[in-house]
Design a protein around this ligand. Structure first.
Ligand SMILES: [Zn+2]
Length: 347
């Protein structure tokens, strides 16, 4: 992989301003089997965060497709980020606001035969990111309770516990809301670069400060409290800012514990019109993963997602950025569970 290819990909997480993003229309992001109950659900303390993994019957494993994804992606695990401060616990900052906590759901490409293969590809992973706000009335998130009520059992490093089975929908609902998406690179524990497609939802979920305190009781390898496990957010260059995808979710399917995100009335979408006009202004070709879109006035580039390539059109001249080649990795991960528990590539 040339350095140039890596250089154009921003580091995750990001500090973003949704008002400055291109608003685009993509095929719907589809959640599959988010309501399915796992056969077994396990919490684990890997010394850096708390992970939750489930085992589903082979035909009911939660997965995602649509949007700009080139394949179906299967659920691997989820984990959390927090700090000691209720106002500084999220990795992504959205419109200047840092949230109380952030949860990452990791999905890997179904067509990859091994985790190693998924890890080595630019588009092998997708991370769904949800931020949380502390509710003014201290109302607990019902799904998060299933986790926090069991955290005392895994306070020590490498402890795991089986918990009552919960479907993903109890945590995040079963349909996506508004999100922004980008390719982000991160340095993995072995020093290699990992690249994930990020889908970050702008609508904050609810958590109580009491629930958040339970996460801060988890200890690391040295037996010390994990006071902070957030990375610093960086700012993407203007011509590599994430794209904003409006919600197509119906009004009656919000997840339990959601606090609807209020879209600012002054938002200036594509074409400067209203939201419906903006969507109409963005031609959308069928149900393939290709999507042609316009940009807002803050940008000078037109881009087109073509599977795993990005094509820039600048003043009529087409410049294609080739797909990033597989990343070399110095270690082979043969067992998914071992990898998930001990070597999460996206901390
Ligand atoms: Zn993470």
């Amino acid at each position: 992989m040339g350095n140039t290819d890596l250089d154009v990909i921003p580091s995750s997480p990001l500090a973003v301003n949704t008002d400055h993003m291109c608003v685009i229309t993509l095929p719907s992001l589809e959640f599959h089997d988010f309501d399915a109950l796992p056969v077994k659900t396990t919490l684990y303390n890997n010394g850096r965060t708390v992970t939750m993994n489930g085992i589903w019957s082979s035909d009911k494993r939660p997965s995602i497709s649509g949007s700009s994804l080139i394949d179906r992606y299967c659920f691997s695990h989820l984990h959390f980020h927090w700090t000691e401060n209720n106002n500084l616990g999220s990795e992504h900052t959205i419109n200047g606001k840092c949230h109380a906590m952030e949860m990452h759901l990791i999905f890997f490409k179904r067509s990859c035969k091994t985790i190693f293969e998924a890890e080595s590809q630019q588009n092998g992973y997708v991370t769904l990111a949800y931020v949380f706000n502390i509710t003014p009335n201290e109302q607990h998130h019902f799904g998060i309770d299933c986790i926090t009520l069991n955290l005392k059992k895994i306070q020590a490093y490498r402890k795991s516990v089986e918990i009552p089975a919960i479907p993903l929908s109890r945590l995040v609902g079963n349909q996506p809301g508004e999100y922004f998406t980008y390719l982000g690179k991160a340095i993995k524990l072995n020093g290699d670069f990992g690249i994930s497609q990020w889908i970050v939802f702008t609508e904050a979920l609810d958590v109580s400060s009491e629930q958040l305190r339970e996460f801060r009781c988890v200890t690391n390898e040295r037996g010390r409290l994990i006071r902070s496990n957030c990375r610093a957010a960086s700012v993407a260059a203007a011509n590599h800012a994430p794209y904003l995808v409006p919600s197509t979710r119906g009004p009656d399917v919000a997840a339990a514990g959601h606090t609807p995100y209020q879209v600012p009335a002054t938002r200036d979408p594509v074409g400067g019109g209203t939201w419906p006009e903006a969507r109409a202004a963005v031609p959308f070709r069928g149900s393939s993963s290709s999507c042609r879109f316009k940009i807002n006035k803050a940008h000078v580039l037109r881009r087109e997602f073509v599977k795993n390539r990005i094509t820039h059109t600048r003043n009529g001249a087409v410049v294609t950025v080739p797909a990033v080649e597989p990343i070399s990795s110095s270690h082979v991960i043969e067992n998914h569970e071992e990898w998930m528990f001990n070597k999460p590539p996206w901390k």
